[in-house]
Design a protein around this ligand. Structure first.
Ligand code: AMP
Length: 171
């Protein structure tokens, strides 16, 4: 799985000095990289029953629908505030400075459904933890999290303890 690293571009000091940005557009544009990514998630999660895949705005949208197709599940977008047209549930979470918020349509997941939450990168885990709260507030269950990239030094996994967290490459 580590050979997926060769498709991921590291951009130093983006979007601000000191941040090393893991750019997955270079993985998406390579047919072998894209196929290996989707297949790897399929193998890691093959024993799970998944009713819905929830993708986190915005790069979770690039992988979520492909995984939903593979698991014969539906796809649900979790978005920044004000983007979804119908009734939403919302969850705020802590950033380094200040707070941010995520929203999901209230009827997007149902009581008892099993949900896979997907994003490109897990850093501190705050975004993913807030998404889990959204899913659970609607009575659904988080079956697993799937991330292409895990930044282990930020211990996002710690914020998701008790959950099944699957990642393809680690830095
Ligand atoms: P966090 O809530 O800290 O786990 O941040 C996760 C979100 O920020 C994800 O949606 C990622 O796309 C993005 N992100 C955070 N750090 C990076 C990074 N170094 N490179 C690329 N994306 C990142």
């Amino acid at each position: 799985m580590e050979d997926l690293k060769r498709y991921i571009r590291e951009v130093p000091d983006y979007p601000k000095p000191g941040i090393n940005f893991y750019d997955i557009t270079t993985l998406l544009k390579e047919p072998q990289g894209l196929r290996a990514t989707v297949d790897s998630f399929g193998r890691l999660l093959r024993d799970r029953v998944i009713d819905k895949v929830v993708g986190i705005e915005s790069r979770g949208f690039l992988f979520g629908p492909q995984l939903a197709y593979q698991f014969s599940a539906g796809f649900v977008p979790v978005r920044k505030p004000g983007k979804l047209p119908a009734e939403t549930v919302s969850q705020s979470y802590q950033l380094e400075y200040g707070t941010d918020e995520l929203e999901m349509h209230r009827d997007a997941v149902s009581v008892g459904e099993r949900v896979l939450i997907v994003d490109d990168v897990i850093a501190t885990g705050g975004t993913a933890a807030a998404t889990a709260k959204l899913v659970e507030s609607c009575g659904a269950e988080v079956a697993a999290f799937g991330f292409v990239v895990e930044l282990t030094f930020l211990d996002g996994r710690g914020k998701l303890s008790g959950y099944d967290v699957e990642t393809l490459v680690r830095y």
